[in-house]
Design a protein around this ligand. Structure first.
Ligand SMILES: [Zn+2]
Ligand SMILES: [Zn+2]
Length: 242
């Protein structure tokens, strides 16, 4: 099953993508499932019934959580997670709750995940391909995954309809809801997947304007515009930038 595990509804202050558009268009993009991962909130869960919809689309509610050590996509019974945790605390809480945490865009300029998170073996799930990343940042993530034998996943990080489904994760076991999805991730039964879609327009909103200090747990400004990150899934990694 193909899931876009990283989608922002317009409950994220930086997104212009209504939930209704996600639900309407996801199947047409070749997706079997979407994870809605708004910044710092799982509130979209009150507007959609999780699990398989009438058209067969499986909807999972998660959250993108910003820590000083990087951003994580978290899945589990985490609706009441306190704000302001560091990565170590966050990962411990998610694990304790039986959830799963994915290091989001670990090499995105300005929003990287501290590599000690991986050396300490605290997080084995890594967003290998992110639809908003510069291509080099995805290549570095793929190299990290190979180097440390981690599990690679893919997500579009869509903040607009044009971006929905640009990258995905293939789940190797049937998923009917949040628990199946988390189990597959925890068992590593998943793999990143670059979708065969036409290139999306250059994203206008690379930098999410809100940050933890502004009442939302958003991205800090990325500082550099992204480049289309297509077709690098099987490419050789470029030399590390840092
Ligand atoms: Zn995101
Ligand atoms: Zn955002």
């Amino acid at each position: 099953m193909l899931f876009d595990i990283h989608v922002h509804s317009d409950l994220s202050p930086c997104s212009h993508l209504p939930l209704s558009d996600i639900l309407k268009h996801a199947r047409r993009r070749g997706l079997d499932g979407v994870c809605i991962t708004d910044h710092g909130t799982m509130a979209v869960g009150s507007s959609v019934r999780e699990g398989v919809q009438e058209d067969g689309l499986c909807v999972i509610v998660g959250m993108e959580y910003t820590t000083p050590q990087g951003d994580f996509l978290v899945f589990g019974p985490l609706e009441h997670l306190p704000q302001g945790l560091d990565a170590q605390d966050l990962l411990a809480r998610v694990d304790c709750a039986g959830g799963a945490a994915v290091a989001a865009h670990p090499f995105r300029p300005g929003r990287s995940v501290l590599e000690s998170v991986f050396t300490a073996n605290a997080c084995r799930l890594v967003e290998a391909v992110n639809g908003r990343n510069p291509a080099a940042a995805n290549e570095q993530a793929l190299a990290l995954i190979r180097r440390r034998n981690l599990v690679g996943l893919g997500g579009s990080d869509a903040h607009s309809l044009a971006e929905l489904g640009r990258m995905a994760t293939r789940i190797h076991t049937p998923v009917h809801g949040r628990n199946d999805f988390i189990r597959a991730l925890r068992q590593g039964r998943c793999q990143h997947h670059v979708m065969p879609l036409p290139p999306a327009p250059h994203p206008l909103a690379q930098a999410c304007p809100t940050g933890p200090g502004q009442g939302h747990m958003g991205h800090a400004p990325a500082g550099e515009p992204g480049l289309p990150a297509r077709g690098i899934a099987s490419g050789e990694a470029s030399p590390a930038l840092r």
